[in-house]
Design a protein around this ligand. Structure first.
Ligand SMILES: *Cc1c(COP(=O)(O)O)cnc(C)c1O
Length: 363
């Protein structure tokens, strides 16, 4: 019997460009720079229902991408097109994950990456990634929005490719996450919830769903639900936030690049963009990890925090199908864990001392 029969089909996964080539702006001669991103798990929530959240809830865990966030989907295409165009360097401003992905894909492509990050405001794991992949890391004494303004001016002057999400290839790559959700579920969910920072991802998902619908792959479109952190909620407030603040550093953005497109995604789909507080985000963050076994970063948990809020409000009805994108992996930001957990108990190296504690645990 052929060994092939026992082979899982995803061992052949070639990355999002090859898997969804017909939907992407690539030609036969485009060099494909890939780390075999995509094909991330769509995990059904089972225990949250027992805790009273009566939804058909799924997590699209994009933290399972090669660099630990959905940014890989856009970066494979952005770097492939940059190399095709003969570029020798890429540059970006980043709250962390874009720089991690840019650094990794530039390493794979064999070109330089220059990344501007807000000093002291990116999670430790993301900084480690940018450094180990050999990118040139510049810590700006300012926030993400200021860093983005600088790189936008630099690319007008120097021959470097901008790989922030205003690079159109980023969103083209990111829309493949919507394709995967439909392929994995077999249909489009009723609702799709995700965090909103620079607002590129909600824009990309909506585009992906619309294209799959137009192509006949799905028969309905989801309602798009976007959630910002209360201290960084320009779209909800209706004006830019000069000094955005939130524990969810990946969405600490006061003037989103894809603001208008995100509002269009909301309105065309009949959806909502709302704010959730840092404490709601942290609550969802530890809930996902402790009840469903998925460790995501704080910004990612904003999607579930928002879903819980809209469920309590009565907007989301029992039994509705909801997909929450978990945008990044929890290991990127180990520091936040210690804000929501207790210090491990200290105990003597003595069996009776350990037993006493064990009996307390087992009840
Ligand atoms: C980039 C990022 C976001 C925000 O996505 P936008 O496209 O900027 O709205 C959310 N979560 C994580 C983990 C991210 O890296």
């Amino acid at each position: 019997m052929a060994a092939k029969e026992h082979m899982a089909s995803n061992v052949l996964w070639r990355g999002i460009i090859e898997e969804y080539r017909q939907f992407l702006p690539v030609a036969g001669e485009t060099p494909v720079v890939t780390l075999q991103e995509g094909n991330t798990p769509l995990i059904k929530a089972v225990n949250l229902k027992k805790k009273g959240l009566d939804l058909e809830l799924y997590f699209k865990f994009d933290g399972a991408n090669p660099t630990g966030s959905f940014k890989d989907r856009g970066m494979t295409l952005a770097l492939s097109k940059a190399v095709e165009a003969g570029s020798k360097a890429v540059i970006c401003a980043s709250t962390g994950n874009t720089s991690a992905a840019a650094a990794a894909y530039a390493a794979k492509a064999g070109i330089k990456a220059i990344v501007l990050i807000p000093q002291g405001k990116i999670a430790l794991g993301k900084l480690a990634q940018a450094l180990i992949h050999g990118s040139y890391v510049l810590q700006i004494e300012g926030n993400f929005d200021e860093a983005l303004t600088i790189v936008k001016l630099l690319v007008e002057k120097y021959k470097i490719t901008l790989v922030n999400s205003i690079n159109p290839f980023r969103l083209e790559g990111q829309k493949t996450a919507a394709f995967e959700v439909c392929d994995q579920l077999g249909f489009a969910p009723k609702y799709h919830a995700l965090p909103v920072g620079n607002a590129g991802n909600i824009t990309a998902y909506w585009r992906g769903y619309k294209e799959y619908h137009a192509n006949g792959n799905i028969s309905s479109l989801p309602v798009m639900l976007g959630f910002q952190a209360a201290g960084a909620a320009p779209i909800v407030k209706g004006h830019p936030i000069e000094r955005p603040e939130t524990i969810a550093t990946a969405i600490r953005i006061g003037n989103p690049a894809s603001w208008k497109a995100a509002v269009a995604a909301r309105d065309e789909s009949g959806g909502r963009i709302e704010a959730v507080t840092d404490s709601e985000i942290l609550n969802a963050y530890s809930l996902i990890a402790s009840t469903e076994g998925i460790f995501c970063e704080p910004a990612s948990a904003t999607s579930l925090a928002g879903v819980i809020k809209l469920y309590k409000e009565g907007y989301l009805k029992s039994g509705a199908s909801v997909v929450c994108t978990l945008t990044g992996h929890g290991l990127k930001d180990p520091d936040t864990v210690f804000r929501v957990t207790n210090e491990p108990a200290k105990v003597q190296a003595d069996i009776t001392a350990v037993e006493r504690i064990l009996e307390g645990i087992l009840g």
